[in-house]
Every structure is written in C-alpha cells, then in structure tokens.
Design a protein around this ligand. Structure first.
Ligand code: MCN
Ligand code: CUM
Length: 796
C-alpha cells in the first residue's frame, strides 16, 4: 500500500538541504574552465594598453612572431579583415575588440598572442611594440561634458560630444507642482563609486573549432550561454546549430560574467584560424581593470515634504559614467536600467527622473555586480535621501519610513515611475527589525554616549526591489524576449534529470531545482540531478542574473513538473483501473477518491510510462516548460546597522546588524540565508573598504588585491537574520520571489546611514563610499562633506 511522502524528509520546499554541488567543490573536484585541457590546446594572452587615451601610430608585432612557440599574433588590423575589430554591445553601441585607431581606457585590449604555453604568450606580448600618441584623458562626467572636451568616440558618426543619452521618466510638470506645494525640500548629492564584482575565478574561454565537423565548441565563464550562442551566431556569422557553448562550473559571477568580452571573441577567431583549441584565462589585474565594472554614478536628489513628514514628490537626476563603450548588459528599454525602481516601497504621489550617460576613458561597464540593473544604486540613493529627509524634518528615522510605506492594503500598487508592485508587509518587517535591534534602547544609549563624547549611530535601510527579468512584454536582449525554461525527464525507475536555461555560479541551483521537483512530484530531491550550462542539451533560456532564476527558470521547473504530473495522473488511472476524474493526488502518490488505500506512487507511474502505458498513449515521462512571468517579483527587506565611530581616527566598527528579508516562499532556507550573508558582506565591503578609482591620468587605482580589498571572515561583522515575514509572490507558481541580490542592494545604505547618524550634529551631510577611516576623520575634523569622485589626489 502506497503512502504520501513527508515533504521535508524528501527535501522539498522549506528543507534546508545541504548544497549537493558542494560535494565536489569542497573536495577540489569542481570543473572550471581552467581545469579543462583539450588535446593540442594553445594558450592566448592579451596585450593591454598602459595608457587611458592615446592614438595608435603603429603596432609592430614582428619580434613577437619570431619567438619560438608563438602560433599567431592577433591585432585589430587582422580582426578587421574578418569584420571583428569592433563588436556590437548589448546596449546598441559598438565596442572595440582589439584597438585599431585609438586606445580609450587603461587596460584596453590591443593585441593577442597565441602560443604553445601561456608563458611564451605572455613574453611575446611584451615583445610587441606599440607607438602611442597620448591624448587628454577624461575620467568623470564633468570633464566629459566640459567645453572643448576631447571626443572619446571619434570613431562614431553623429557623436559630436561625449554624451551617450539624455533620458527621462516620470511626470515633470506634476513633480514641479508637488515641489511648489512643499513645506520643505530635502536635497542630497552623492556619488556611488565604481565597484567591481571580482569573482574568485576570473573570466576565460576555450574555443575549439573543428574544421572537419564545422562545429565550434566554446567552454567559457558565462552566466548566459544561450545569449552568447546567439551573439556568436550573429557576430561571427556561424550557423547557430554549429555553435555549442558550455559554461562549466563557475567560480562566482556576481554580474561579471554577463557581458561579452574581447578575450572570448579573440579566442574564437584564433581557434578558427589555427584549427586548434585556444584557451584564454584572464589574470586578476586584467579582470579588475577591464571587465564588468559597476555603478560610477552621481545623484542630485530632492524630496518634497509636508511638515508632518508625508512625501509629496521626488526628483532625481543621475549622471552615469559608462566608460569608453556603452556596453551595459541589461534587458530593459530604459537607458538607466531600473534606476526608476527607486521609491517603489513608498507611497510617493509623483516623481521625475532625468538621467544622462557619458563616455569617459575608463573600462566600459555600469551594470553588473549584484545589482539587477542599477537597482543597487536606486536603493542606495533612495535610502540615503530618506535618511537626510527625516533629519531635515527632525523626525524619527523609523517613523518617517513607516508613515510613507505603501500599506499592505494598497497592493497592487503602481509606483510613481510606472512599476507595479504586488505584495508585501513592509511595516511588519520594520517592526521585526526594530525589535531585534532594540531600537528605543539603542537611541537612549546613543544619547548617553554622545554626552560622553562617544559617537554611536544607527542606520536603517528599507526597500523593495524588482527582481527576475522579464516579462517578455517589457524586457528583451537583442530582441530576444525574456522568459526561461525547464526540461524534466523522469526515468524508468522514477529518478529524474532537470535542465534549465539558467546557469548557477554558486547560487545552488543543483540543490534547489531538485527541491521544486520534490515539492511538485514527491520524487525525493536526492533522486533528481540538475544540469545547466550546455546549449546543446539545455532548453533555450536567458541565463542567471537579476536574481531571475527562481522567479523565471524556477517557475518553469514547477510548470514542467505539473505537466509531468498531469500525464502521471493518466497513467495512475490506467494502473488503478478507474477514470482520471476519480484519481486524487497527495505528495508522491495518486489514489482512488472513494478508496484512499488504493493508490500508486509517482515511481510506479514512471515505470508504467515505459512498461505499461494504456493503448494509444505516447510512451515516456518527459516535459518542457517555457515560462514568461506576468511581472517582476518584489521582495522586501529591512536592514538595520549600529556602529561606533572613533572621532580620533575615523575608524568605525559595526556593533550589530539585523536583516529582515521577505522573499516570499523560501525553497531552501539555508541557501537563502547564505545569499543574504554573502550580499551583506559585499554591502559591508562596498561601504567600508572596496576602492577602485582613477587618477588624473586615467590610471586605475585598485587593480590588485593589495588595494582593492575583499573582506574575509575576519573583517566581516556578524549578521542576525530574520525570516518570520513571508509574503508569497502572487503570480509565481510556488510563491517565491528572488533573493540573490537583495542584501547587496539594500545593505550599503544601512552601513552608510549608520555612520552618518553617528556624525549627526557635526554638520556633515555626506561621505561618499567607501567610508575609509581617513575620509571619516577628515569629515569630522573639518566638518565637511567628502566626495569620492575621481580623480583621486595622488601623493599629496
Ligand atoms: N532561493 C530560494 N528561495 C527563494 C529565492 C531563492 O531558495 N525564495 C534560492 C534559489 O533557488 C537559488 C538561490 O536562492 O538557489 C538564489 O536564487 P535567485 O534569487 O533566484 O537568484 P539567481 O539564482 O538568479 O542568482 C543570481 C544572483 C545574482 S544576479 C548575482 S549578481 C549573484 C547572486 O545571485 N551572484 C552570485 N548570488 C550569488 N551567489 C554566489 N554564490 N555566486 C554568485 O556569483
Ligand atoms: Cu547585476 S549582477 Mo547579477 O544580475 O548577475
């Protein structure tokens, strides 16, 4: 007699299963791009520009060609013969693959050497002689738009200046009226500095073109293999079915592995020309100075306020520095990504955002690093503006937020910029957070400490953010609509394999997708293997970023499982010799409604699909689902930090940090907590120590791990996580919302707000991140705001 199974015991929804992928990772048995060795494989190294802006007068590679073991030297000139010196970007701009006319940022790819081993290739790069004529350098939007500024993109027609776009959204006239009616206007100017995702594994690829089969296989570090396949088909003009992109284990992506980089393109062309596999593995400095930058954006923000604290309107202007090429990898039609998701958590009647993007002599980037496309900046600006507004009103930080929250009975809620938020319990989350940090008590302690000259501070950050691009109506990449996919094959014995169009980079999909199958079908999670990242086997999907895997691919897993269950029901009816209408489902088992003891397990149905199907039924138990979500998902979070600042040194220590995350139903609570802790660690890093910037000559400062600091367990404060508020996503099949970026998005403002709160009364309104001790000390000592905008002063 069959029985229903216990969901937690079989590792279904809500089970804190250990990550199955860690079995190989912690044993050093992962299979990363650099682990792969193919017969006859050659190695590629990239020569990078030492200058930020210069005309290339000549490139002499003859000495490199003479070095024994060198097989090929690629320059822009050779790339141009294949129409590959430039490539299109995902933001409809062009980007140099190898420089031909000018170099436009320090670290730009100028030439590649392919040789028998990487050391020969590296030496040969040094033998290439490039004659540069230096040009004036631009490293911020003010310089970019100054009178007489040199034109960085003189390669482009119709580009008379350095402005990429001027864009706006919202209601300008209505916002103007709200500001006229305001009792008080709170203003703040900020810079969110460049930051870098710096995954432990750098980028790399192995291109393997086989002339005999005409097939190109590329092993590479990409978060979106199918998009790369489409891009290679378009750019290299190869037939799509002859391209196989394999994304093996990935040692962290964090957005760094979304864009298309010149190294990938060069390794592919080199393999086609040499008919041998060509491996390119980026080094740390190459990764830090040339790939996947994030942020680098300036804000002028204003909130119109009524005396009692009600927000009447919001005005924002952002200036984004995109570097030398506009290569944002983001799927929206909005030039500034989802920046206008700002203030979605608050009931703001009217708002207006203007955004300008400019070129500079810095590596391209702008959208990457746990951001959901500028949401990180949006929420940072929002929460810094909220803090300043409450201070300007003389109002309590928590009360000011609570008064302006979208209330639980206001959903679905249209934000002033047009997004539709659909669920949440914002006030409840805030209550949990305040209780956990012992808010009233801390405020008392703070006042007492202040009277004795000690600076304590408390920072709150509350936000909802859009995670999970698409839907297909509004989001696309190169015209390909945003949806995702899952395929489930149930084998004869009731074990299964799941493949999706996403690509895990450490998030734990191999564990969590199996849990969704366990929840939907009652097949134990340990009987389900998950495979992602091979375009020849995975169904077409858009990859993993924007915390979209659970909202979209995860939903597709549930939908594919439901199709399987529907077929299994027919098989069960056949086995039980009753009509389908008389069959009921409970986890893992179908039974006869009138005789619950008579039942068959899902495993028995699986056998029947191959060995005992009814006449006329197609054999097998497999299905695929493509899922186009009706909306983004809107998780909510409250982050509260307390700090003590030492006025004598500017050093600040975190006393306590509380996080309340509502991401709807949690598939695997332990994995969700891991995501939150990782995100909070990055938030702490960005607010306290991560510093990558540029001097007046465009030299990248912070291009190594001596200068660009990653916090270890030693520096990282402890976090107290709360999971008691759960608002299921109303449109997701299992009620889950994304979580992968929440803490990195909402966290930084909590840390900065805490330090600024400690400094309240000193007249200091802002210190730009990172809040290095010298900046904090300078602010306290000279009672002035500290800007973090480049150029950095050198040797002063
Ligand atoms: N999850 C869950 N319950 C939920 C939501 C998520 O159990 N309600 C689980 C998921 O099943 C998945 C993990 O949490 O195992 C993250 O899910 P999700 O929020 O859907 O995010 P993605 O899987 O799409 O991951 C992308 C996101 C992004 S965009 C960045 S950037 C980032 C992040 O994930 N990069 C990471 N977290 C990272 N974590 C690691 N270890 N490495 C990276 O490169
Ligand atoms: Cu914006 S970093 Mo994540 O979306 O890969």
């Amino acid at each position: 007699m069959s029985q229903a199974v216990d969901e937690i015991k079989i590792g279904g929804l809500g089970a804190s299963r250990k990550r199955v992928e860690d079995n190989r990772f912690i044993r050093g048995k992962g299979n990363y791009t650099d682990d792969i060795v193919l017969p006859g494989m050659l190695h590629m190294e990239i020569l990078r520009s030492p200058l930020a802006h210069a005309r290339i007068k000549s490139i002499d590679a003859s000495k490199a060609w003479d070095i024994p073991g060198v097989r090929l030297v690629l320059t822009g000139e050779i790339m141009a013969t294949r129409n590959l010196a430039w490539m299109p970007t995902l933001s409809y701009d062009t980007q140099a693959v190898l420089a031909t006319d000018k170099v436009r940022f320090q670290g730009q790819e100028v030439a590649c050497v392919i040789a028998d081993d990487p050391y020969i290739a590296k030496d040969a790069c040094e033998a290439i002689v490039v004659d540069y004529e230096p040009l004036p350098v631009i490293i911020n939007p003010t310089q970019a738009t100054a009178e007489g500024a040199p034109i960085i993109r003189d390669d482009k027609e119709n580009q008379p200046d350095n402005v990429i776009y001027d864009w706006e959204v919202g209601d300008a006239a209505g916002t103007e009226r709200a500001f006229e009616a305001a009792d008080l206007v709170s203003k703040l100017e900020l810079h969110y500095p460049r930051s870098h995702p710096s995954p432990i594994e750098c980028c790399g690829s192995i291109a393997d073109f086989n002339r005999a089969t005409s097939k190109l296989t590329v092993y590479m570090t990409t978060q979106a293999p199918h998009i790369i396949r489409a891009a290679v088909a378009m750019v290299a003009e190869l037939p799509e079915h002859m391209i196989r992109i394999i994304s093996p284990d990935i040692g962290g992506g964090f957005g760094n592995k979304v864009p298309v980089y010149p190294g990938y393109v060069c390794s592919i062309l080199a393999s086609i020309l040499l008919e041998r596999p060509v491996k390119w593995i980026e080094d740390k400095t190459g990764n830090l100075i040339s790939t996947g930058f994030a942020r680098d954006i300036y804000l002028k923000g204003e909130i119109a306020l009524r005396r009692d604290g009600k927000i009447l309107g919001v005005r924002m202007h952002t200036d984004a520095d995109h570097g030398a090429f506009f290569s944002d990898a983001q799927p929206s039609k909005f030039k500034i990504g989802l920046m206008h998701s700002a203030f979605a958590a608050y009931d703001v009647p009217v708002a207006h955002l203007t955004a300008r993007g400019t070129y500079s002599n810095k590596a391209p980037g702008g959208v990457a690093y746990r951001c959901s496309f500028r949401v990180t900046e949006a929420m940072f600006f929002q929460e810094r503006m909220m803090q300043a507004a409450a201070d300007d009103l003389g109002m309590d930080q928590a009360a000011f937020r609570r008064m302006n929250f979208v209330r639980d009975d206001q959903f679905p809620h249209r934000t002033p910029f047009g997004f539709l938020t659909d669920s949440g319990q914002y006030a409840k989350c805030l209550d949990v957070g305040l209780k956990a940090i012992d808010y009233e008590n801390f405020r008392q302690q703070q006042a007492e400490a202040r009277s004795r000259g000690r600076l304590l501070g408390l920072g709150i950050s509350t936000m909802t953010e859009p995670l999970g691009a698409g839907n297909s109506r509004e989001y696309d990449i190169l015209g390909i609509k945003m949806f995702d996919s899952a395929e489930i094959k149930v084998h004869l014995t009731g074990k299964a394999i799941v493949r999706t169009g996403a690509r895990t980079q450490g998030q734990g999909h191999e564990t969590t997708w199996a849990q969704i199958v366990a929840h939907e079908l009652g097949i134990p999670a340990e009987d389900v293997v998950v495979e992602e990242g091979d375009t020849d086997t995975a169904p077409f999907g858009m990859g993993t970023y924007a915390s979209r895997s659970t909202p979209v691919a995860g939903a597709a897993v549930a939908m594919a499982a439901r199709k399987i269950r529907a077929k299994a029901r027919k098989l069960a009816a056949h086995l039980l010799e009753v009509s389908e209408e008389d069959v009921e489902w409970e986890l893992g088992r179908f039974y006869v409604r009138s005789a619950p003891d008579r039942g068959v397990t899902i495993q028995e149905c699986a056998v029947a699909a191959y060995a005992n199907m009814p006449d006329g039924m197609e054999p097998g138990l497999e299905n695929t689902a493509f899922y186009d979500p009706p909306n983004l998902t809107w998780p909510f979070a409250v982050y509260i930090v307390t700090v003590e600042v030492d006025p004598a040194t500017g050093v600040w220590d975190v006393l306590n940090m509380v996080a309340v995350d509502d991401c709807g139903i949690r598939i695997n609570p332990m994995i969700v907590e891991g995501q939150i802790m990782g995100g909070l660690t990055e938030a702490y890093a960005m607010s306290s120590m991560q510093f990558i910037t540029f001097d007046a000559d465009g030299n990248c400062v912070g291009s190594n791990y001596m200068d660009y600091l990653l916090p270890t367990a030693w520096e990282t404060p402890g976090f107290e996580l709360h999971s008691e508020v759960v608002t299921p996503c109303p449109h997701h099949p299992i009620g889950a919302k994304g979580i992968g970026e929440c803490a990195a998005v909402g966290g930084p403002a909590a840390f900065v707000n805490a330090v600024m709160d400690a400094l309240s009364g000193t007249g200091v309104r802002n210190i730009d991140m990172p809040l290095l001790p010298d900046r904090v000390w300078e602010a306290i000592t000279y009672r002035r705001d500290i800007s973090g905008a480049p150029p950095v002063r050198s040797d002063e």
